[in-house]
Design a binder for this molecule. Structure first.
Ligand SMILES: NC(=O)c1ccc[n+]([C@@H]2O[C@H](COP(=O)([O-])OP(=O)(O)OC[C@H]3O[C@@H](n4cnc5c(N)ncnc54)[C@H](O)[C@@H]3O)[C@@H](O)[C@H]2O)c1
Length: 321
């Protein structure tokens, strides 16, 4: 039984709580949040439930208090981004495995310190890049790897929303805490693109600015050489009535695959479009399943390494120059 603590009980803390509690091999024994009235549960993606079941779960006001009082095996770090590094290093030093929300940290140097701390501790450090585990995206990864439809000629990813408004103290709006729109949102697609195609030779980005002058809408084009066009768009500038939408359009030699409001569809050169078979569940469930398996025993194939999460921070910071 993996004894779990959760740091930060806002939107993502609630998501982690529900998904840990759905597992039979784990028990959430404690959570902590600086805000005694925690429990914001609205975010971009519907995550299957609003309520927090804290029956039998000890509640603390700080990570230090929780770590001092509880015997844990692992923690989820779902704190605002500027706190990821300190909480991760503190937990690793306490001998715990760490599942830390994305983005890994605000700078490459902070990521390096987290990686070094995991090596010293000899514990698992996973950054929760949920899109690598999202069924439609995991399907795309297999389609690219297997070359079932031939090589990719063009791939375009998008992630569109209004600026997050669910955080009580608006930390998302403060780039010193969130890293801004690109590090919060665009990183999902840049991370997934690197998972598919490796590091691009170069990246070029254009922005539209929010009222505070920070990048609010970004279009990035990655250089993968002649014959493959790879682009991604992310926005915090959509009106709230638009909601949140993520998707992709990938043109292979022998088909196109599109994720949009109609779900995931494959468009073959001949015949009708069809919805391909993919995993059930959502990326949050599947990333916790992967982490729990690595905590429990020898690791299988890597889906996300701390070094790759660091590379995604590095590439995303490039888009803000
Ligand atoms: N993977 C995803 O799809 C996804 C989606 C949204 C957010 N995130 C990431 O998850 C992290 C958390 O985002 P969120 O949307 O849950 O934010 P949030 O504001 O809803 O939650 C953060 C929580 O941390 C608490 N907190 C702040 N400082 C604290 C401290 N010092 N000690 C203890 N608790 C403290 C706050 O009171 C709040 O309840 C961020 O890094 C964000 O980028 C990931």
């Amino acid at each position: 039984m993996i004894r779990v603590g959760i740091m930060g009980m806002g939107y993502m803390g609630g998501v982690h709580l529900r998904n840990w509690q759905a597992r039979e091999d784990a028990k959430v024994v404690a959570v902590c949040d600086i805000n005694p009235a925690f429990g914001a549960t609205q975010g971009n993606i519907e995550t299957g439930g609003d309520g927090l079941n804290l029956d039998g779960v000890a509640v603390y006001r700080s990570a230090a208090e929780m770590l001092a009082a509880e015997t844990l095996d692992a923690v989820t770090v779902a704190l605002p981004t500027h706190l990821h590094k300190a909480a991760t290093i503190q937990s690793l030093a306490a001998g715990l495995h760490v599942l830390c929300e994305k983005p890994m940290a605000l700078s490459v140097q902070d990521c390096d310190e987290m990686i070094a701390a995991a090596k010293t501790a000899g514990k698992e450090l996973m950054i929760a890049h949920c899109i690598r585990f999202w069924p439609e995206y995991a399907w795309l990864k297999s389609a690219v790897e297997s070359e079932a439809f031939g090589a990719v000629k063009a791939a375009d990813f998008s992630r569109l929303a209004s600026a997050p408004a669910w955080s009580a103290d608006s930390w998302f709006a403060n780039p010193a805490k969130s890293g801004g729109m690109a590090l919060d949102l665009h990183i999902h697609d840049l991370d997934f693109i690197q998972y598919l195609f490796g590091a691009p030779a170069a990246i070029e980005s254009e922005h539209a600015a929010l009222a505070n002058g920070q990048p609010g809408h970004v279009v990035s084009r990655m250089d993968y050489g002649a014959g493959k066009v790879v682009t991604a768009t992310a926005s915090w500038m959509m009106p709230p009535s638009f909601g949140f939408r993520m998707g992709f359009r990938v043109v292979f030699e022998n088909a196109a695959a599109v994720l949009d409001g109609d779900g995931l569809m494959v468009y073959p050169p001949e015949g009708d479009a069809y919805a391909p078979e993919r995993h059930v569940g959502n990326g949050y469930q599947r990333e916790i399943e992967y982490f729990a398996a690595r905590v429990a025993g020898p690791a299988g194939k890597d889906v996300i390494t701390p070094e790759q999460a660091r590379e995604s921070v590095r590439l995303t910071l490039e888009t803000m120059k």
